[in-house]
Design a protein around this ligand. Structure first.
Ligand code: ADP
Length: 449
């Protein structure tokens, strides 16, 4: 059977999703992997665990459907940084997008007055979230790394790049423009790696992958890969941009909110760059034709993971789903408010040093109030970002997706405080759907050619 294969490589799991030619899901296989927390604020990932999860989920799909795959696409967690040798061996664990270890470096850059320059070139704010300072840290802390990089012996990739390199046995060393736009080294207006920024971060150009459109023939899997044949890789995008495209938010003002581990609010700004608020970032949307859509983005670092924390660390609930019935058991949070700044605050506050707060506790407060306050905290954070976007741009349709978007209480509370209508599609798998659209478009183009 002919099918498209989408690999959704997330922060805590890898999913392989098979789509038929009409966009129906034929099969899904998922494998979770653990992150590594060496000390407070530090988050790493073991690349071999990601590869094992990839192989596990792909193998299940191949066992079920065979390997008559038309093309492969990848959506990936963004910014997470790997530096590896030409034999694909990483020199260190991947440094996660959530890792705050380079905060000291960001503070230094801000003190040097570089905020404006970096925003004007990359659309980004100076924050440990983005790849540049993670690359700097790796090159300056792993013994001999800088030397090896300067000798052309090392390569940098976000996870899309690493997976393509791995699957092609080193023949593909590329990334797509959505991923490049999250590195803080890519000039999103000139559409190239920025020489001044490379010098600033001590990054040799030779370690950087070639930047391609999201819909593109990146290359082929190797005959000896898990697929046992050469299959074209035709679509790559960072997960949040993939989800925006998966909702078909291709018109100016179209917006999506993803409620996953974090919450990501993206609004399509169209082809013309508009000056966004200094507390928001400008990034690049999925490049499915020759042109570029710019996108305003606000990222909330702690979203659904607050509910996971209630479940796994506090034991207040046994399933994430239970949070909804708990919240509905009380009329309000009884004055309890939670600021989930476990790893600092993202948009619109961008405060790396902030830490979590629970306030307003009185003797009448029970677990249901705490659970309700947690769900409300997710909505308040999204509200802060969306209000900023709303001040600047006219919003069109707003779509929601992500694991926590199935929570009716959360969605209603969110719509109420925003005073806006939210559209929740039946199928909330928008990330992989966005990549399926890229593969289907690429296939149509190939057929026409
Ligand atoms: P990611 O892709 O970022 O790993 P998902 O989109 O799979 O995340 O969403 C998982 C997150 O959603 C978890 O942090 C979980 O706590 C939260 N979640 C899942 N179901 C619910 C629910 N019914 N109510 C609230 N939160 C939920």
């Amino acid at each position: 059977m002919k099918y498209y294969l989408v690999i959704d490589e997330g922060t805590t799991s890898v999913r392989a999703i098979a789509y038929d030619l009409s966009g129906n899901v034929l099969a899904i296989s998922q494998k979770e992997y653990n992150q590594i927390f060496p000390k407070p604020g530090y988050v790493e990932q073991d690349i071999s665990k990601i590869i094992a999860a990839l192989n596990y989920s792909v193998r299940n799909i191949l066992a079920k459907l065979g390997n008559d795959i038309i093309s492969i696409g990848i959506a990936n967690q963004r910014e997470t940084t790997v530096i590896f040798k030409k034999d694909a061996k990483p020199i260190y664990n991947a440094i996660s997008w959530q890792c705050r270890r380079t905060n000291y470096l960001c503070e230094k850059l801000k003190k040097q007055g570089l905020t404006k320059t970096i925003k004007e070139k990359t659309g980004l704010l100076i924050d440990p979230y983005f790849s540049a300072t993670k690359i700097y840290w790796l090159l300056h802390n792993v013994p001999h790394a800088l030397d090896m990089a300067n000798k052309g012996e090392l390569l940098f990739g976000t996870i899309d790049t690493y997976l393509m390199y791995y699957l092609s046995a080193g023949k593909i060393f590329k990334t797509d423009i959505t991923n490049a736009s999250r590195t803080m080294l890519y000039n999103i207006y000139e559409k190239k790696w920025d020489k001044e920024l490379l010098d600033m971060f001590d990054v040799p150009l030779s370690i950087l992958p070639e930047v391609c459109p999201s819909k593109h023939l990146f290359g082929y899997t190797d005959k000896n890969s898990i697929f046992k044949k050469e299959i074209p890789i035709m679509g790559i995008a960072g997960d949040q941009q993939a989800a925006l495209f998966g909702h078909l938010c291709v018109n100016v003002g179209d917006t999506k909110i993803t409620y996953g581990t974090g919450c990501f609010i993206l609004t399509n700004l169209g082809k013309q760059v508009k000056d966004t608020n200094p507390d928001l970032i400008t990034t690049i949307g999925v490049m499915y034709d020759e042109t570029i859509d710019y996108v305003a983005e606000g990222s909330v670092f702690y979203g659904g993971s607050l509910i996971k924390w209630l479940r796994d660390s506090l034991g207040l609930i046994t399933t994430a789903k239970e949070s909804e019935s708990c919240a509905l058991m009380v009329e309000d949070s009884l004055g309890v408010y939670i600021v989930p700044a476990f790893t600092g605050l993202g948009a619109p506050y961008w405060d790396s040093n902030a830490r979590g707060i629970i306030t307003g506790i009185t003797s009448g407060v029970n677990r249901n109030h705490l659970v309700r306050a947690s769900l409300e905290a997710i909505a308040y954070q999204v509200n802060d970002v969306l209000n900023l976007i709303k001040e600047k741009f006219d919003l069109n349709n707003i779509f929601v997706d992500g694991g926590a978007s199935v929570n009716d209480f959360l969605m209603q509370f969110q719509a109420d405080i925003l005073n806006l209508e939210l559209n929740r599609p039946d199928n909330i798998e928008r990330t992989s759907l966005g990549i399926y659209y890229l593969l289907a478009l690429a296939n149509n183009t190939a057929l026409k050619d």
